[in-house]
Design a protein around this ligand. Structure first.
Ligand code: THU
Length: 135
C-alpha cells in the first residue's frame, strides 16, 4: 500500500476522534506487514493527563488483535496549520515494536504531509533495548 493511501485511511478514522477538550482531531492508520490496516483515534478525558493519542490507540488495538509486525503509520490531523508529528510518548511506545526503517507519514491534509522514519524521529532507541535481559 502507498503511504498516501495510508494517510487516507487515517483521514477516514478521524471523525471518530473523541477530542471535546482540545478540539484537535487525530486519526492514525497502522500498516501491518500482512497488509492489514488498523486505525485509531485520540481519546481525551476530563482528567486531561489520561488522553490517549491516535497512534497509541491504533498500536494497542493491533496488539490486542495479535498483530505485532508493522511497516508504517499515517497520522492525519486536519485541525493543525501544519502537519503534526507523533508526540514523544508515542515515539517511545512505537519504538518497542518497530525498527528504524518503519515509515511515518503525517499530514494536515492529503496534499500537505511529511514522510520520515522511526530512526529519524527517535534515533538510538536500540541502546535501551532490555528485551534480552528478560528472555
Ligand atoms: N494527539 C494525537 O492523537 N497524536 C499526535 O500525534 C499529536 C497529539 C492528540 C492528543 C490530544 O488529544 C490532541 O491531539 C491535542 O494535543
Amino acid at each position: 500500500m502507498e503511504l498516501e493511501d495510508l494517510l487516507k485511511e487515517a483521514e477516514k478514522a478521524c471523525p471518530r476522534s473523541y477530542a471535546p477538550y482540545s478540539r484537535f482531531r487525530v486519526g492514525a492508520a497502522l500498516l501491518a506487514e500482512s497488509g492489514e490496516v488498523i486505525t485509531g483515534v485520540n481519546v481525551e478525558n476530563r482528567s486531561f493527563g489520561l488522553t490517549n493519542c491516535a497512534e497509541r490507540t491504533a498500536l494497542f488495538t493491533a496488539l490486542t488483535r495479535g498483530i505485532t509486525r508493522f511497516k508504517a503509520i499515517a497520522v492525519f490531523a486536519p485541525d493543525g496549520d501544519s502537519p503534526t508529528s507523533p508526540c514523544g510518548a508515542c515515539r517511545q511506545v512505537l519504538s518497542e515494536f518497530v525498527s528504524a526503517d518503519f515509515q511515518i507519514i503525517f499530514g494536515n491534509s492529503r496534499e500537505n504531509y511529511v514522510v520520515t522514519t522511526m530512526g529519524e524521529l527517535f534515533p538510538h532507541s536500540d541502546l535501551h533495548d532490555l528485551k534480552d535481559k528478560f528472555e
